[in-house]
Design a protein around this ligand. Structure first.
Ligand SMILES: [Zn+2]
Ligand SMILES: [Zn+2]
Length: 397
């Protein structure tokens, strides 16, 4: 049996704040989930909270992003902490008092919890600002879920004025012990490249294929050939995935018709830019050669390109050491395996500056991310807040 939340929470850092306020705030955000680039109400709540805490607030970066700046007015580095704010197009199936009030939308990835955790840290950091030098930038970004919100924020200058030297952020991880903190140097999450392919042949009668150029047969050859990309072209020491996720051609009504064209979508996952480049080239080559054989034309369009998340080894060591200063050593670990091939657009920040994206266990029994039964574990708001304080203490004291 789990202990009540108040007895489970380990408040390790000496701060005078009411955690319940941030648990309530998390529930408020959970009730009103907003999809990518529509986070207007969440952004407003974040901006108001930051202003009330005394932060200098900028709004509308990356369309709906919010940034809070704490300037100690003492020379020193500028570090950034980042949370995402968007929800998912999933219908919540939890029976909880703060269940989503919007049909078909829910916080199924815990970005409500990430936001509440960073706001909680915002209050604690402001309380401790006299012990710091330099600047702290708190980034609340939109559209992490397939919208490259991080890139939109960077394009709007989030890493400039003042220039950010290092960035940190976290994601909760179901299936890991509540409050267990871990990070991996180097490749830590997969790159996500979405491709649309259109094969154009020549339509005709199903009984006279010699007068047509059948795009379905060419698509079938392409699909078979591309399976060899990971198995035969990629080094066994690298990680990659090629999934053909949809195929559309013809119609059930036109059972005696060879269609003109066939379109497919492909999801590539990669552990580095090199793997991504190899798989994109292999996919395009397999398509080219199949189309050449069958006399078809093709279009090859990149729809989304999230880079693999590569943690700076020095920043990862620094973060692990900072956490070990304040947490039970058994609760903090530097891992040497990639915990998932899922993508995370925090990688865009890490392509620009040094930093580390770490994980906090959401509980062994937590439903997995993007599941209609998932819920962020409120107990880790304190853990996340203390992780951020550990980093600020270590870098700005
Ligand atoms: Zn997600
Ligand atoms: Zn997420």
């Amino acid at each position: 049996m789990q202990l009540p939340l108040t007895q489970r929470v380990i408040t390790i850092m000496n701060t005078d704040l009411d955690i319940n306020k941030y648990i309530q705030l998390r529930h408020k955000i959970h009730k009103l989930p907003e999809l990518k680039y529509e986070e207007a109400k969440t952004a407003q709540l974040v901006a108001t909270t930051l202003k009330n805490l005394g932060y200098l607030v900028s709004e509308g970066l990356g369309k709906t992003g919010v940034v809070g700046l704490l300037d100690t007015n003492r020379p020193g580095p500028c570090i950034a902490f980042r949370s995402d704010m968007d929800a998912l197009p999933i219908h919540e199936q939890n029976c909880i008092p703060y269940k989503s009030t919007i049909d078909g939308k829910m916080h199924a990835c815990g970005h409500d919890g990430h936001t509440a955790s960073l706001l909680c840290a915002a209050e604690a950091l402001m309380q401790r600002k006299d012990r710091y030098k330099g600047k702290i930038k708190l980034i609340f970004q939109p559209a992490e879920e397939g919208g490259a919100g991080a890139k939109a924020m960077i394009d709007d200058g989030v890493l400039e004025n003042p220039k950010v030297d290092m960035i940190f952020g976290f994601h909760n991880r179901p299936g890991f012990e509540e409050g267990y903190i871990f990070a991996k140097p180097g490749s830590a999450m997969g790159g996500d490249t979405s491709i649309e392919v259109i094969i154009t042949g020549k339509g005709g009668h199903a009984a006279m294929p010699h007068l047509a150029r059948d795009p379905i047969v060419i698509a079938a050859q392409f699909i078979n050939n591309i399976q060899a990309a990971v198995a035969r072209q990629l080094s066994p020491l690298c990680s990659g995935v090629v999934t053909v996720s949809s195929i559309q051609a013809g119609s059930r009504k036109g059972i005696n018709v060879i269609p003109d064209s066939c379109s497919l979508t492909i999801s590539l996952r990669s552990d580095s830019l090199e793997t991504r480049n190899l798989l994109v080239a292999a996919t395009e080559n397999a398509l080219k050669s199949a189309c050449m054989t069958g006399g078809c034309d093709f279009a090859f369009n990149l729809l989304l390109d999230i880079p693999a998340l590569i943690n700076d080894p020095a920043a990862t060591d620094l973060a692990i050491a900072a956490f070990k200063n304040n947490f039970d050593h058994g609760k903090v670990e530097k891992i040497d395996y990639m915990p998932a091939m899922g993508a995370e657009d925090f990688s865009f920040y890490l392509n620009e500056i040094s930093g580390c994206y770490f994980f906090i266990g959401n509980g062994l029994n937590s439903a997995y991310l993007h599941n209609p039964h998932y819920d962020f574990n409120d107990a880790i708001i304190t853990v996340a807040k203390d992780c951020y304080l550990s980093l600020a203490d270590s870098l700005l004291s």
